[in-house]
Design a protein around this ligand. Structure first.
Ligand code: GTR
Length: 327
């Protein structure tokens, strides 16, 4: 009898302990739009691995790649509301939610990618992060997404007039629609997953993206002229739901942040290599690339886009000026 009781007691204690673990441990779910082998996909898997390691298994993350959990716009909402904990997002579609983050979507605001990272790693990055956190999204680390350029199926673009009358897919953000309109084109905001079919069937004439996405989506197969306008250099975030992050102990916060920073290092290294290999791959497949000798007319055409942003957000003029005056 005594033995029986003690056995069941041990069992009960064990069950309680397990329950205790289950209550403190967290199983997170993460969203990513990209395919297997893409730098962001590899880096997000690395993040999941490091997270488990650095939290001694207290936090685990299941990654859902390829946009299987929905479009980027939906996923951003999900992470803000807590339906998902983690996402790798481009700051483009976050801009309409957090005006500070929208500053990176002003065409030609960054001179190049190193300039963007200098801004992000300084006061500008803090301001952007604060704006995002206030809307429920905490950026844990920044990913590289290179520069975006125009592509289409009919001709190289050399001057703004070449865009006139062209229907161009953009991400959901009024600044991008304004950008295309100012060049005389017709903007068509659309989810990433729909672009291939739209280019193929002529619903749009062109789009814009970086080398790796142009290649990984197969857009190069149906829009073979890539013109190096490099009009947008938009960072991406490894973002977490603000309540989830703020609810963590300081130790856990540090572990999560560390895992994110290390995954960003992995991403940035893979990114540099993939930009080159993607370009090489599509050019071998027959893509015609052209440099744009004079980007000034494109930049000048963007004056009304800046004016609209500053009119809507007069308080963010110092942020724009801070970026412009950062070396
Ligand atoms: C890619 C980016 C994606 C998505 C996509 C798009 O470069 O990594 O997150 O924003 O562009 O054009 O929708």
């Amino acid at each position: 009898m005594y033995q029986k009781l003690s056995k069941s007691l041990i069992g009960a204690v064990a069950a309680l302990t397990m329950l205790g673990t289950a209550a403190t441990a967290a199983d997170w779910r993460g969203w990513n739009i990209h395919v297997d082998g893409y730098p962001n996909t590899v880096a997000m898997d690395k993040f999941a691995e490091l997270l488990a390691e650095k939290t001694n298994g207290e936090i685990t993350l299941q990654m859902f790649h390829g946009g299987t959990l929905g479009s980027q716009l939906d996923a951003i909402e999900q992470v803000r509301l807590g339906g998902l904990e983690i996402g790798n997002f481009n700051l483009g579609p976050i801009g309409p939610i957090a005006a500070e983050a929208n500053v990176v979507s002003l065409p030609f605001i960054f001179k190049d990618v190193p300039h963007m990272f200098r801004v992000l790693n300084g006061e500008g990055g803090e301001k952007i992060a604060e704006g995002m956190a206030a809307k429920g999204l905490v950026p844990l680390a920044w990913y590289d997404a290179g520069a975006r350029s125009f592509y289409n199926g009919t001709k190289p673009i050399n001057v703004p007039e070449d865009v006139t009358g062209m229907k161009v897919r953009v991400m959901n953000n009024d600044l991008y629609s304004g950008m295309i309109s100012e060049l005389g084109g017709n903007p068509s905001p659309m989810a990433f997953a729909e672009v291939y079919q739209s280019l193929k069937t002529g619903v749009v004439d062109g789009a814009e993206n970086n080398w790796p996405s142009y290649e990984s989506t197969g857009h190069f197969e149906v829009a073979g002229f890539y013109s190096l306008s490099q009009h947008l250099i938009i960072p991406e975030c490894l973002c977490i739901n603000a309540d989830v992050y703020n609810g963590l102990s300081d130790d856990m916060k540090a572990a999560v942040k560390e895992a994110a920073m290390e995954s960003a290092t992995v991403q940035q290294e893979l990114w540099a290599a993939r930009e080159m290999s993607s370009r090489e791959m599509v050019e071998k497949a027959g893509v015609v690339t052209n440099e744009i000798a004079n980007k000034v007319p494109f930049q000048e055409a963007m004056v009304p886009v800046y004016a609209a942003y500053l009119e809507a957000n007069p308080n963010l003029r110092p942020l724009v000026e801070l970026i412009q005056s950062t070396d």
